[in-house]
Design a protein around this ligand. Structure first.
Ligand code: OFO
Length: 163
């Protein structure tokens, strides 16, 4: 059983995760259009992961007998700049999600909502992984710089990302 404040906060997190999915799908489309098939695949896989994140919270709300209220999804941008700029935007977005998860956890702990605290542990660990992945790719893109051939190597590597 969740209190009304936690129910609202988790519903808002569902919306943030669905927006994350939408944002990465927009980035994938942008990469496809620019002929960067590997980058496009990476973001398409990330889109799938984000829908899973939303699905996990949705399932938790249903299991807790809470009300799921789906809100409108904000329109994502259509222009993302260079691959490096795109991953810097991705990292900034993930840092925003990390802060959001931390606030949820702080709320759960303050309210002695142990079930939600335990549920959120998975997301805490996931955010560490998401930021580490983005930082690793940013480091490679910085090394590649303006070198088109090096960029294509990164593209080919990202294209191997499995589901
Ligand atoms: Fe990218 O971790 Fe969810 O939003």
């Amino acid at each position: 059983m969740l209190n009304a404040k936690m129910e609202k906060a988790l519903n808002e997190q569902v919306n943030k995760e669905i927006y994350s999915a939408y944002l990465y799908l927009a980035m994938s489309a942008y990469c496809s259009y620019r002929g960067l098939a590997g980058f496009a695949r990476w973001f398409k896989v990330q889109y799938g992961e984000e829908t899973e994140h939303a699905g996990k919270i949705y399932k938790y709300l249903v299991e807790q007998g809470a009300r799921v209220e789906l809100e409108a999804i904000e329109k994502p941008p259509t222009e993302f700049g260079t691959p490096l700029e795109m991953f810097e935007k991705t990292l900034a977005h993930e840092q925003f999600i990390t802060r959001s998860i931390r606030e949820l956890l702080e709320q759960a702990v303050a309210e002695k909502d142990y079930a939600t605290s335990i549920f959120l542990q998975w997301f805490v660990a996931e955010q560490v992984e998401e930021e580490a992945n983005d930082n690793a790719i940013i480091a490679k893109l910085k090394l590649a710089g303006e070198d088109g051939a090096a960029l294509l190597v990164v593209d080919s590597e990202l294209g191997k990302r499995g589901h």
